[in-house]
Design a binder for this molecule. Structure first.
Ligand code: SAH
Length: 344
């Protein structure tokens, strides 16, 4: 059965035509799905009963089931564990900032990128998420909280550029006027650095922010943390970032997780500054969130501050990411991993 929540408005218009219905019905259905966030064809009360029956027979309506929430007492960050129709579970996060609510969505069930410090990759990749499954994380969270979602970051489990077509469709549906209509500028996609896909994304000329997970300023150190670095060298990755900026005019965000004694020295900072200096960019420092399966530790508080100061001295825009939800399974993939372990 066709997944109706993954269809664009134009495709839906073709579908209603095929069903022998008037074109305006497509807009109504689209609005029920993506604006009023209906989970059930029965709720679509301005459609004739006969059409609702037809829709039930012809289409699958994707809806995630909430399994568990974890609310941080520190800052109101909330983690959500959702079950998909095929029984897999995924996680999403709601973060409340002064400038609005931000949702971090997963793009895949598991991940095959193998970054050493990341919990999402420990069980490998199960499958990519459908556009509707990415969207419904936001829809269910908006309904749960009763508050509008302003920003979306694709930084949950999975490598979004390893699920490219679904990702693009997700962005189209998310930013479409007839749906939640989130501005492209309020959407960030984070990648470990799949170079050809980064270039392809640049050519789409969207106004979304591209975040690159850098984590090291030398090829050797990056390879020790991220297997993807065996495939694409640092200069290639940086070139792709430059290309993204040239094509879109959007400033690149570099994510850099600080690991104690591994990538947090003055030499690391100076090399990082030299690497990104010629780019219009922003560096986001993230104290690594230790996972029990690996023995990486956070950098000392002072080392983090020194690292930031060193970058600033070289004229780099840099922030230390405020750690949110440290009292819940905050790191990427930790909640899902502990749930799967418990199920076993
Ligand atoms: N696959 C994409 C998006 C998902 S990960 C990517 O690699 O960018 C989102 C960010 O969290 C990435 O920068 C990732 O490297 C980082 N991350 C994952 N696990 C982490 C951990 N335990 N501590 C700190 N950062 C982590």
């Amino acid at each position: 059965m066709t997944d109706i929540k993954s269809l664009t408005l134009t495709e839906l218009e073709r579908e209603t035509e095929r069903l022998g219905e008037k074109k305006f019905r497509a807009k109504q259905i689209y609005s029920w799905l993506h604006e009023k966030l209906a989970d059930d064809f029965n709720r679509m009360t301005n459609l004739p009963g006969e059409l609702r029956e037809k829709l039930k027979q012809e289409y699958e309506l994707t809806r995630l089931t909430l399994v568990q929430t974890q609310l941080s007492k520190l800052d109101g960050t909330c983690k959500f564990l959702f079950r998909l129709a095929d029984g897999n579970v995924i996680e999403s996060v709601l973060m409340k900032y002064r400038h609005g609510n931000s949702v971090c969505v997963s793009s895949q069930v598991g991940c095959r990128m193998g970054c050493r410090f990341c919990a999402s990759t420990l069980e490998g990749l199960e499958r990519g998420l459908k556009p509707s499954e990415m969207l419904d994380q936001i829809y269910q969270i908006q309904k749960w909280s009763g508050e509008r979602v302003h920003n979306v970051v694709v930084m949950g489990t999975g490598e979004p550029l390893d699920n490219y077509d679904a990702l693009l469709r997700f962005i189209e549906l998310l930013t479409c006027e007839g749906g939640l209509h989130i501005s492209q500028r309020n959407v960030t996609v984070s990648t470990c650095g799949i170079v050809p896909r980064m270039r392809q994304l640049a050519d789409e000329k969207l106004q979304i922010t591209l975040a690159l997970s850098l984590h090291a300023s030398s090829q050797e150190k990056r390879k020790s943390l991220m297997p993807v670095a065996n495939k694409y060298s640092l200069p290639e990755v940086i070139d792709a970032c430059r290309y993204y900026f040239e094509q879109t005019g959007r400033r690149i965000t570099f994510e850099y997780s600080l690991v104690g004694g591994l990538n947090d020295t003055k030499e690391d900072a100076d090399r990082l500054a030299a690497l990104v200096k010629s780019l219009n960019c922003h560096v986001n420092l993230i104290p690594v969130n230790p996972i029990k399966e690996r023995d990486y530790v956070q950098s000392e508080k002072q080392a983090i501050v020194n690292f930031k100061n060193n970058l600033e001295k070289s004229g780099i825009n840099v922030t230390i990411r405020r750690e949110m939800g440290r009292d819940i399974d905050g790191a990427c993939g930790q909640l899902r991993k502990s749930y799967i372990d418990a199920e076993k």
